[in-house]
Design a protein around this ligand. Sequence first.
Ligand SMILES: Nc1nc2c(ncn2[C@@H]2O[C@H](COP(=O)(O)OP(=O)(O)OP(=O)(O)O)[C@@H](O)[C@H]2O)c(=O)[nH]1
Length: 504
Amino acid sequence: MVLAQLGGSISRAIQQMSNATVIDEKALNDCLNEITRALLQSDVQFKLVRDMQTNIKKIVNLDDLAAGHNKRKIIQQAIFNELCKMLDPGKPSFAPKKGKTNVVMFVGLQGSGKTTTCTKYAYYHQKKGWKPALVCADTFRAGAFDQLKQNATKAKIPFYGSYTESDPVKIAVEGVERFKDENCDLIIVDTSGRHKQEASLFEEMRQVSEATRPDLVIFVMDSSIGQAAFDQAQAFKQSVAVGAVIITKMDGHAKGGGALSAVAATKSPVIFIGTGEHMDEFEVFDVKPFVSRLLGMGDLSGFMDKIKEVVPMDQQPELLQKLSEGNFTLRVMYEQFQNLLKMGPIGQVFSMLPGFSADLMPKGHEKEGQAKIKRYMTMMDSMTNQGNTRLPVLELDNSNPKLMNESRMMRIARGSGRPVREVMELFEEYKRIAKAWSNMKGLGKMAKKGDMSSLSRNMNAQQMSKALPPQMLKQFGGMGGLQNLMKQMGSGKDMMGMFGGGDK
Ligand SMILES: Nc1nc2c(ncn2[C@@H]2O[C@H](COP(=O)(O)OP(=O)(O)OP(=O)(O)O)[C@@H](O)[C@H]2O)c(=O)[nH]1
């Protein structure tokens, strides 16, 4: 993601300042100039950047800070706060309510990624147990219905549209009625786009909106326009009651930071960002965790959320039971691999999971990582299982690494058509992951309700620190940083501490 470059530049600037022997006016100015350059390159409006600089200098008055003050931490927190302020529209978006009928209308220019985003939005909610449906009211672009139909079919989401009807209002109304009757709780209406903002587009939008009375109108825009997003978002807001914004193509454009800050300046909340063409390349946008991740400080709340997503609800009690017994068998690992693969390209989350190393699925090489997991699973398919054994031990259900002797490895290699070297590698990976999970032993007992949220509530910083890969713990600022972070998460207060907590 191009944003990673922006984040990288900002973190480097902070790091350089931290490395300076004395943090004086010059060190602070150098750092702020570097950050300014990075933000301007990302097309953030000059005024916003200048205001940010002024505010930080006001907060961090080096002369007033007594010698004992942790200047580095104060500066870091000021930068974190100012970046959050820059991206915060100051008001939340309407949140659809699960189980009730919600009509959500999507608007945007042609090619902004609207149709793709409608399906991503539906798919995201479907995974969380909603009952979404898609209505194609785009009668302007030939092929729009086919595209929506294709996407919807792939994601197994019901859809409605017509090849012959040319009135978008009629289709929208019919589709919404149909899905209301079918008790869908998230009815998504995709509307036509135009190459540019023009009267006919806005008129059509108004008519569809009046006829379907959406609970939420989502404006979809392409991040490549950078700070010009301000004018575009304003123009749409003036024509229809835009309640939220989704910014697409954040994976390919250097101007993502500019687009995000410009939309925030229109006081419209950005709720998701699109980070690729695939259905699950779609991320919730939440200012503080986003800035924290942007600056390479991780996102523990997102991490917990992802764990909940990775492990389906109905399997959570079972997994917790196994973990509480310290019984991390190859079958548990196999099931975790299955869950991970279902999520698609998840390199970024992968590195956050206890014991799973970042290099198993490095950033930008998710496909190789996935292929590797698939190879591991093929080898595991050749292990003795309830269905395929005459041997006394079911390898998949065993957690004793000593069982895996040379002859077993040779047999697994033959059975799966993979070299013995790879089978050995699989066992090394298993041992490492099992060791990391064994640190979670006992946590399952705490999860009285048998769900992951209870687990995350009950986990203390020390247990968490054992379960995290060392490089990730370092990113959180060591044990101190993690404690700080978890305290703030627990109290639900400002998560500013995500940024700090270092021991310098
Ligand atoms: N890289 C990347 N491509 C995206 C993203 N979102 C959408 N696209 C691509 O952008 C192109 C246009 O997307 P569509 O969904 O067809 O655009 P649209 O806004 O519905 O277009 P109209 O229906 O004509 O208004 C497609 O090739 C999508 O695959 C994203 O987040 N990242």
